[in-house]
Structures are given as C-alpha cells and as structure tokens.
Design a protein around this ligand. Structure first.
Ligand SMILES: C[S@@+](CC[C@H](N)C(=O)[O-])C[C@H]1O[C@@H](n2cnc3c(N)ncnc32)[C@H](O)[C@@H]1O
Length: 254
C-alpha cells in the first residue's frame, strides 16, 4: 500500500520540533525566526481549528494575528479566549501580566463581558533575566508603548492599564480577587512574583494560565518551586501553556 504524506502535517512536525528545541531557543528565542516559526504554526493550527470551531471565534483569532505581533500559536490563542469565556460568569476580576502589543489582552477583552480586566506590563519590555532563565531573552525585549496598547483596546470597557514592574506596580489593588489570570512574562523572577501575588487572591476555582511553561526553563522552575508546598498541581496543556486551578480550602479540610 502506498501512503501519501500530508504536506501540512510534515510542515507542522518540523515547525513544532524547531520551536521545542533547546538550541533553537537559545540562538533564536524571541527573535524574527521564532516569530516566523510561531506564525507558520499559527496558520496551520487555524486551518485545523476551522474544521470544528465557530467561524466568529476563528475570525477573531485571525484578526488579532493580523493586527498585532505575537508569539501565541492558534491553539494557544484559542485556549485564552475559551478559558476567559468559561470563567467570565464567576466572581472576581481578570488580570494579565505580560501584555506586549495587546494580542492576548484583546482575546481576554473580547470574552470577558463587563468584568474588570487589569493589564500589567512595564511597557518597556522584559526586565533582566536571571541564571534560571539561561540566555534566551534580552533586557527590554518586547517593548511596546502604553499609549499604543491603550489605543488598540480603546473600544473595551472596564479595562485598566498598570505600567511598571509587577508586583510592585499593583498599588491600590490589594483587596481585589481574581477568577482568571493570564501570565506571559517569560522569566523566572517575574513568574515567581506573579504566583506569590495572585495565588492568595484567586477565588476557589479561579485559574492562573501561563504561556511557555514547557518551553522556557525559568517559567517552569518558578511554577515547580512555588507549588512545592501547595496542594495544587500544574495542569500541562498540549500547547506550551499550563494551568493552576485554585482549590477550595474548605473542601481540602474535609
Ligand atoms: C512575550 S511578551 C507578552 C506577549 C503578549 N501576551 C502577547 O499576547 O503577545 C512578555 C511581556 O512581559 C512583560 N514583563 C515581563 N516581566 C514583567 C514584570 N515583572 N512586570 C511587568 N511586565 C513584565 C514584558 O514587558 C513583555 O511585554
């Protein structure tokens, strides 16, 4: 029997292999080649999603990709949008740390309804990496001005923009509770700071979703270290993302 190769599948396997390769990450992480790889993967994944997801959702994901630079794949974009829709009816606010040009923030805005959304970023790019991160990222990488993101998201209500290094920047928000937090901060110290800040502020059933858990050593190390003495476990997705679902303390005490 003669088996024919599906060119899309071969393409997908090559791009996935490259994106997950440590050496590729070290040399090209965050640069034009990584963006090229992520774009190719996103295009293929959009075709796959188009077979079984609603056309209006696909249209939104495609629109965001056209409008803003982003390293999110098609599946990752879909996870963010779909999870925000699922959590939107729960009590608590939503937040994102790591906004860059606002691609993932627009997905959250489109799904959140009236819920308050807090968008945290230095808006001057990444802080300095530490030894846990290796050499993948450069300081100030992913800089995008606050004004540009505000303009991009101006049609959405109840969105606040907080400029500065998180968590020091979260002044005056100490009493807020959260049903969904999206982390896309790339670095060990930033991820650990976010987990320390948000974990006690999550409602039971609230979700912290992070990009890059299975791709970036610093992000994985921060989650693994933080959860060492907690009852929750990391839920790894087939994308680079992971989820932490906050458990109900009352239920744990039974
Ligand atoms: C990969 S980009 C985010 C991509 C974005 N989510 C998207 O959809 O394209 C990482 C962002 O994290 C921000 N960042 C990292 N650590 C931070 C911290 N401790 N406080 C504030 N912003 C931080 C950087 O400024 C950068 O904009």
């Amino acid at each position: 029997m003669c088996r024919r190769f599906d060119p899309a599948s071969v393409h997908l396997v090559i791009v996935m292999g490259l994106l997950n390769n440590q050496l590729f990450q070290k040399w090209f992480g965050g640069g034009a080649l990584e963006r090229f790889g992520a774009n190719r993967l996103a295009g293929l994944q959009m075709v796959m999603l188009g077979r079984h997801k609603p056309p209006e959702v696909l249209q939104l994901l495609r629109q965001v990709r056209r409008e803003r630079v982003s390293l999110l794949t098609g599946f990752e974009s879909h996870v963010i949008y779909s999870l925000a829709q699922a959590q939107a009816h729960l009590p608590g606010d939503m937040a994102e740390v790591g906004v860059f040009q606002g691609a993932s923030a627009k997905l959250l805005c489109s799904a959140k309804g009236d819920k308050p959304l807090h968008l945290f970023d230095t808006f001057e790019g990444l802080p300095k990496a530490t030894a846990e991160d290796g050499t993948v990222h450069a300081e100030h990488q992913y800089a995008c001005s606050l004004e540009s993101v505000q303009e991009y998201l101006k049609q959405y209500d109840n969105v606040s923009f907080i400029k500065g290094l998180f968590p020091e920047s979260a002044v005056g928000l100490e009493e807020r509770k959260y049903c969904l937090v999206h982390l896309d901060v790339d670095l060990y110290q930033s991820t650990l700071g976010c987990l320390n800040y948000f974990y006690p502020r999550m409602i039971p059933g609230g979700v912290i979703l992070s990009h890059d858990y299975s791709l970036l050593a610093g992000v994985k190390a921060a989650f693994d270290e933080f959860l060492k003495d907690k009852p929750e476990r990391v839920f790894e997705l087939p994308t680079t993302q992971c989820m932490l679902i906050k458990l109900d303390e009352g239920m744990l005490a039974q």
